[in-house]
Write a new protein. Sequence first.
Length: 332
Amino acid sequence: MMKPVLLAVSAAALAAGLASPALAQTCFVADPIWIAGHNSATTTLTTGVTAMGTAVAAQRSITLELLLSAMKVQTAQTSTNGEREVNLVSNTQQAVASTLSQVAQRRALVDAREQYGIDTGQGVNACGSIDLMNATSRSMGNVPKSGRETYRSLDVAPGKNTPIQEAARDRLADPTKTDSAVLFDPAASDDDRKKVIEAMAGMPMPKPTENMTGAEADVMMLRARKVEALRSPALVSLSAVRAMSSTDDHQTGTSAGSPLAQLDALISQYGGGPQHEAWSAGLAGQSEHGLLIELARMRSMSLSLRQQLIEQQARTSAVFGTILATQAGGNL
């Protein structure tokens, strides 16, 4: 019964739709079962679409979060890699700078040791050379003092009033003390050297006595002083010769030899003696600073020897001047 009614209604509606365009777009369903099914399908579809939209939205949100997390991770990795690269470059540069600094410091230490070290920068055999020069300087500087002491201790020294009998007795006591070779013998005693000089000088000049008158005493004193003055340059020179072979340097704890022995040691090292080859070989290993120091030492020694030569020439000139004065002066 329902189907014929439905068909009739549908046919009437179709006819009405054909007759009127406005009514052609409207579809009326009066079947409650169909309507219920349609509503159920619509609800199910809507629910599914809504669920799908919710799922899509959730997946989209998750996707965005994943993308954001991935971007954060990538940014962190990029920052970490950049930091690592910066640290690597910085550490490399620091290591290079430290290495270069250490190399420069060690090179500077090597250069300083080479220039100023005891082996290459202070001259050949620095300690031995310094000891040799100090000993030589002390010995050479002691010559005037030793010479004055010997000169003043002579019985014929100016101002002495040694009795003629005493001087004659001393000279006759040992005739072997008249050899001038004793003056150059380092093993000879000071008394032996002094005896030789006194024997070479002759007898002391007689001095006035209390019994002489004023004029006679004055004349005798003038003659004595003239003779003492004329032979004093020779006595000074002989005393200096004696001092050149003396080992007495008047300093406790020193072992300096005589000036002649010290000069022999200098010649042995610097003038072609037995030590000259070792000294020459040592020069090859010296730095510029060491060579300059060695040159300064040699110049210092040269000045010292030149000073000794000047003093010797002065004494020689005094002796020749005295001889000329004696010949030109005549008797008092």
